[in-house]
Design a protein around this ligand. Structure first.
Ligand SMILES: [Zn+2]
Length: 418
């Protein structure tokens, strides 16, 4: 494997210039999917790609592909990128880093006069965040066949339901002519900030992402009986909130019992009637379970159902545990993960294996192409926050690993007839 390096200062300068589009007073970025600002960021990215000699195409759901041809332009491409949209109180690096690292990779190849065997493509996926339009990762999801295109385009703005994703993409000029999903991809790499505290705590610049956690999401409805808080004696109560509180505690215990990889969260609770002198008759809550191993997720599922049944029975309640979403654990391609590890070793960069706790476009891409990810630390492990920050040296390290892993892959692609 080669040991080439990107221009870290140029990468940082591009990230900072991009971060001006939608910059917030607190130093973050608000650039919601298919907004005017998203359009502005997309146009800047395209201008940079064209200046770097890439051919740019935009598909019907607004995914942008910038292609640098290889010696054999008929080979499937090695693709790398991420997303340009942000959370409402987002940071400068989530998504933007992966796209700018791809651009910096191409600029470096131009500087070196390096011709890869297969084409290299930079991608900016539409609406990864899922904040303005839910669900998340819709551009890569449509590309990989997870979402049906028309349904994805018909998704409505969460706060202005008259607006659809498709309509807004048209309005900002990014309902492109290219058919969705019609590109062959030999391999997909995505560089991203970790969005968690592990690498920073370990003092490591590089995380070798071996896969993404599986997820099980639930909606739980606990039903008791509303009654007056004064005249109803304790033994006669059917207090849905007391039952729900025990369930919430059980969720937390299940998470701890399956440490260190399990995550277990109740993030939404609705109490009805939510009146201070009425015993709660109904509680609705959500559960988010994550773990890299399916067998553990299945065990956590059984523990949750058992705990809810016991909590309901002891409080004389009814409980309905509905699985709302299931996302299987996604192991990344071992040979590509190996290339990322080798690139870090060649660069002399300390690294460790890590599992992605968040969803990424790479998780959908793993369904159609060999995929790997590179994590770099972010300050305090904080993301989806305006204070999100990353160190230039770490971003450069990730860019160097990406460069050498992509080159090693792009020079080894073989297709029919070559
Ligand atoms: Zn992201």
């Amino acid at each position: 494997m080669r040991n080439l390096t990107i221009n870290g200062e140029r990468l940082w300068a591009s990230l900072m210039e991009l971060a001006r589009i939608g910059a917030t007073a607190k130093g973050g970025v608000c650039r919601l999917a298919a907004s005017d600002l998203d359009g502005e960021a997309r146009r800047l990215f395209i201008r940079w790609c064209e200046e770097a000699g890439c051919t740019v195409s935009v598909d019907r759901i607004g995914n942008i592909f910038a292609r640098r041809p290889g010696r054999n332009p008929d080979l499937p491409s090695v693709m790398t990128g991420s997303h340009l949209d942000t959370q409402p109180t987002g940071g400068r690096f989530d998504g933007a880093y992966g796209v700018m690292a791809g651009l910096e990779l191409v600029r470096t190849l131009n500087d070196l006069g390096y011709e890869t065997e297969a084409p290299v493509e930079i991608v900016a996926w539409t609406n990864e965040e899922g904040s303005r339009f839910s669900p998340a990762m819709v551009g890569s999801g449509a590309f990989t066949g997870v979402f049906e295109l028309d349904a994805a385009l018909a998704t409505r703005d969460n706060t202005a339901p008259a607006l659809t994703l498709g309509g807004e993409l048209e309005r900002i000029g990014f309902a492109g002519p290219a058919p969705v999903g019609a590109r062959t991809v030999a391999a997909y790499f995505e560089a991203h900030i970790e969005q968690g505290p592990i690498l920073e705590a370990a003092g490591l610049p590089i995380g070798i992402v071996t896969g993404a956690q599986g997820q099980r999401w639930y909606e739980i409805t606990v039903t008791g009986q509303e009654a007056h808080a004064g005249p109803t004696p304790m033994p006669r109560r059917r207090d849905a909130l007391v039952g729900a509180a025990r369930m919430i505690d059980a969720v937390n215990k299940i998470g701890h019992a399956n440490a260190p990889y399990a995550c277990a969260t109740v993030g939404f609770v609705e109490v009805s009637p939510n009146s201070r002198n009425t015993i709660p008759g109904r509680v609705f809550l959500t559960v988010d379970f994550r773990h890299p191993e399916d067998a553990v997720l299945t065990a956590m599922d059984q523990e949750l159902r058992a705990a809810c049944a016991i909590a309901a029975a002891t409080q004389n309640l009814e409980v309905d545990v509905k699985e709302f979403w299931y996302f299987p654990p996604t192991p990344f391609a071992p040979d590509l993960v190996g290339k990322v590890r080798e690139a870090a070793a060649v660069q002399g960069l300390p690294h460790q294996d890590i599992i992605s706790g968040a969803g990424h476009d790479a998780v959908y891409m793993a369904r159609v192409a060999p995929t790997a990810m590179i994590f770099v630390p972010c300050v305090g492990g904080i993301s989806h926050n305006e204070i999100e920050d990353a160190k230039p040296d770490d971003l450069t390290a990730g860019g160097n690993v990406l460069l050498n892993a992509v080159l090693d892959t792009a020079d080894a692609v073989s297709g029919s007839g070559s």
